[in-house]
Design a binder for this molecule. Sequence first.
Ligand SMILES: Cc1ncc(COP(=O)(O)O)c(C=O)c1O
Length: 376
Amino acid sequence: MVERMDWKGVSKWKLDTPCLVVDQDKLEQNIRAMQTHVTRSGKKLRPHAKTHKCSRIAKMQMAEGAVGICVAKVSEAEVLVRSGLKGTLITSPVVTDYKITRLMDCLSLDPELMVVVDNPMNAQKLSDEAEGRGLRLNVLVDLDPGMGRTGFSFGDGPALGQSVHSLPGLRLLGVQCYAGHVQHIASFEERLRTSLGWMEQAAKVVRRFREKGLPCEIFSGSGTGTYEIDNRIPDLTDLQAGSYTMMDAEYLGIGSSENPSRFEKFLPALTLLASVVNANHADHVTVDAGLKALYRDGATPYVLNPAFPDLDYTWRGDEHGQISFPAGSVHFELGQVLELVVSHCDPTVNLFDVLFMTRNDRVTDVWPVDMRGKCM
Ligand SMILES: Cc1ncc(COP(=O)(O)O)c(C=O)c1O
């Protein structure tokens, strides 16, 4: 049996499939490009790790200048706290008893840990738990930009801020407003108008906080789709973009400030390798990557390598995918490896234990996706 570390130095085309490959040059370029852009606009970067789920990549982002890392779940925060990262922000509300206990355990290891709150009763409960342990939990009030998912209304945000501020176990640090429904709007102009509309409303809440004398040193939000839009909001202090590290077909297919139909500011650092397991047909082959390897969401994955035109991927069940082409136009060998840009990076990464890191198509290292499966 071949151990994982034996893959070091091997050509990526020899890897066992399906597997995820990360081009380190592209990853570094993406991390640097976002950090440079954010710093130049006078903001801070608090990147979201829900995309890569890998503490080593989170550390690369911190080394490049990020002020902290965002996670979606307490179980992800546990990994980062254990890995020594400080000041992680949990961007979803933590409401159940068991999770609150785990949150407090994390807080006892990292007093800079932060969580969002969008409900007064939840705020009270978190305060009671923190106070009971002699701790103080850092809190951002989460504002709902019309998504109806999480967050509190803009109108009532300052009142929630006031009650958080009055609770002895909590330390109010500001607000979060993440407009997830705006990030993939295809037209850049429409995305710009929509995002600025929501973020300006959130900024008004921030100003209300300040008028009321409430602490608001952090106004955190934004994502990869609106990173060069939301930085125009003067009150926004930090950006939470995540997908820019890896990229996927969904993001690459939206319009950008330069190109109405492509978004190529960031490179597809993440790809999936799949092998041809059946080549018995003139117009398609079957590959070994289906629903369990390629999350079915967002856009359709596309074949990057070999760069033949008219290759279309479709899911053919749990274990298989189909690459279709005009009959007789292409010949694939059995066992031939294809490289695909994934549909949606976050849930696809969550399907794998490791990332094969490469430079010039050779494996340099194998990094664990150590927040993989941390959905609690
Ligand atoms: C709260 C929050 N912030 C930031 C992000 C990162 O957004 P993106 O991956 O579009 O950059 C997400 C992604 O879902 C999110 O839920």
